[in-house]
Design a protein around this ligand. Structure first.
Ligand code: SAH
Length: 421
């Protein structure tokens, strides 16, 4: 989502993007507030521009994204070298903000939620890029007790189907072959009686679009209509990111996740009945307040039962304004215990991911070639249907094409193979 927003920020300004702060007239740090670490990173990144701004007072420096939304006005006081604060919903206001600063030299805070042109400004597209994101909703209506998203991104607003398809088609016309629809709970998307399954079917009709992905799905919003569409639309990739957060019903209920462990595993079974080779990845929070050794064991047993393709796991981080930040110090899990649990879970996942990667050796995978491999220009890199990175020898003309590759090696983070001709 932030990558997408950063690309919209790039496009909002009629300017050439540069990664070199010395050359830039305008420096914008786009930020994430989901965990404390990300939030702190925002401040240290901005701190780096203090002396640059002091020596070049005409440079405009701004903070965007969820940290901007969270602290608003306070940021101007805390950091005298920044010129503007821009919330994630207010990106379409950026051109006005910049011209006001240029004209009046007045520092600005824009964190209003109700921006009419919420979805305006398509993301910057780098020539030759074959994958792209399209936002289908902003904000979130769920109230997971640990999560700061509703506070900083507001309530759910769904984008009209017509506009989603227009942006998708525009990207495909620029050479994009794989679209990932993004939303905080992407599969709760709806508009005028259309539901998420209908959106997938409509995207399946876009000419020359070869692959459809979407993230992040909310378990309780998986419906028969969605599953049927995943089964019927051949462009839909057989990979689903479905955050479970915990394997303990007690913790799930404290998190207000609105499903039980049994409900979650039954849902995976329903999905796999329809799409037998579906690969599933997840997110886990370790050390939610009140998580006991027994609760953690239940999470581990879920990991063993489901064998996720991959998982992102995080230590609970209390976020200002969320219900879970209100627990007393005694109810918080000891940080050392939480770290030990996290390591155990991650070590387990590493073995499973490696085992799953090894199980692909000898198989032929379809790969959308995204570009040259980062480590070796003789190799091309792309993703399999299941979202695994696969590197193989080949030349640049294949970028943007879907090719068949026979897997020869399964590594921890990727596969290697040979082009099948
Ligand atoms: N709606 C988005 C939210 C992204 S946050 C989505 O589902 O993708 C990504 C992950 O961060 C969440 O699934 C959760 O596992 C983790 N997370 C969110 N808030 C957290 C917190 N306060 N502490 C630790 N991890 C958190």
């Amino acid at each position: 989502m932030n990558e997408y927003d950063s690309d919209r920020i790039k496009n909002a300004l009629d300017a050439e993007p540069t990664d070199d702060p010395k050359k830039a007239d305008i420096i914008i740090i786009n930020t994430c507030a989901i965990r404390e670490k990300a939030d702190q990173k925002a401040f240290s990144s901005l701190g780096k521009f203090k002396s640059l701004k002091a020596n070049n007072p005409d440079k405009i420096v701004g903070i965007a994204g969820c940290v901007a939304q969270l602290y608003g006005e306070k940021l101007l006081k805390r950091m005298p070298h920044i010129d503007f604060v821009l919330g994630p919903r207010a990106i379409p206001k950026l051109p006005d903000i910049i011209s006001n600063i240029e004209r009046e030299k007045r520092r600005t805070v824009e964190t209003s939620y109700d921006i009419e042109e919420l979805f305006e400004i398509e993301p910057y597209h780098k020539e030759g890029k074959v994958t792209g994101f399209v936002s289908v909703q902003q904000g979130c209506n769920k109230r997971c007790t640990y999560c700061i998203v509703p506070q900083v991104r507001g309530n759910e607003v769904n984008r009209p189907l017509k506009d989603i398809l227009t942006e998708t088609t525009n990207l495909v016309n620029k050479g994009v072959r794989e679209i990932t629809f993004i939303g905080q709970t992407v599969n709760s998307w709806k508009e005028n009686g259309y539901k998420f399954g209908d959106l997938i079917r409509a995207a399946g009709e876009v000419e020359n679009l070869e692959r459809i992905r979407f993230t992040t799905s909310y378990p309780r919003d998986i419906t028969k209509r969605m599953i049927d569409a995943m089964k019927d639309v051949p462009q839909v990739c057989h990979h689903l990111h479905l955050p479970v957060q915990s394997g303990s019903d007690k913790v799930l209920s404290m998190m207000k996740r609105t499903y039980t462990r049994q409900w979650y595993t039954d849902t995976i079974s329903r999905l796999k009945d329809a799409v037998p080779d579906l690969s599933v990845s997840t997110d886990i929070i370790i050390g939610f307040p009140g998580e006991t050794g027994q609760d953690f064991e239940e999470t581990m047993s879920l990991m063993k039962e489901v064998e996720f393709e991959s998982s992102y796991s995080f230590k609970f981080s209390p976020r200002p304004g969320t219900a879970a930040a209100e627990y007393s110090a005694e109810e918080m899990v000891d940080p050392q215990i939480a770290s030990a649990r996290l390591s155990e879970l991650q070590a387990f996942q590493k073995d499973i991911t490696e085992k799953k990667n090894l199980s692909r050796v000898g198989l032929i995978e379809k790969v959308l070639v995204e570009g040259e491999s980062r480590n070796d220009p003789n190799f091309l890199s792309g993703r399999t249907d299941h979202n695994r990175i696969l590197n193989f020898k080949g030349t640049k003309e294949l970028v943007g094409k879907t090719v068949k590759v026979k897997v020869s090696e399964g590594l921890l983070n990727s596969l290697r193979g040979e082009l099948v001709v």
